[in-house]
Design a binder for this molecule. Sequence first.
Ligand code: ZN
Length: 254
Amino acid sequence: MSSPAAEAGVERLAGLMRAADSVVALTGAGISVPSGIPDFRTPGTGLWATVDPMEVAHIDVFRREPERFWAFYGQRFASLEGSRPNRAHAALVELEARGAIDAVITQNIDCLHRAAGSRDVVEVHGSIATASCRACGEAVPLAEVRSRFERAPDGVPRCSCGRALKPDVVLFGEMLDEGAMRRAAGLAARADLLLCVGSSLEVHPVAGLPEVTLRRGGAVALVTKGPTPFDREAAVKLDGDVEAELVALAAALS
Ligand code: ZN
């Protein structure tokens, strides 16, 4: 932490966390950016420079043109597979191990919280860990999906029943997993502090979780670059380097 203002912000956040019985983290794309995973909402980055993910990563494209869907998603899998958790993920693991946070709710599908060692992770947009058959329900682990993808003459990994596999992530045009969302809402409702990291809090229904915490009398802290709809209500806002900030927070609470 270089600036005194940033240090004061971390101290304030640490103080709120010490005083809270229940702290829940809510993470978005920003926490995975230091792992080399581009935030697709930032235009012109990597994969997203040439395709509009909201158009291609859509359930209708998967249904009608699985070849086109997988031509895009296969690249995405490849770029995610080589990525590793960063120091921000590690700091949340440390905080959970010390009992300073109860759980991590994430919008990310990259499995990096689990890879880092977080134990209680609620993946509200699903994850790339598996892909499933919508006809018979067979679930296939990532490595096997990749190998079927590479062997498939049309580039579409298939179930043993012959249907195209669908990544177990929530695509555009799909509903969020109801069970995961209910759990996330329950955690947000009983949190004294919702620690929002790397999320612009613009994508509903996850964007409604800070509202749930605030309505129940809890507080919201933001560790996020750029504006969010909760900047005014937030008890603390840090908008610098996410790794440096979470590392400093974990150190302040040790
Ligand atoms: Zn099947």
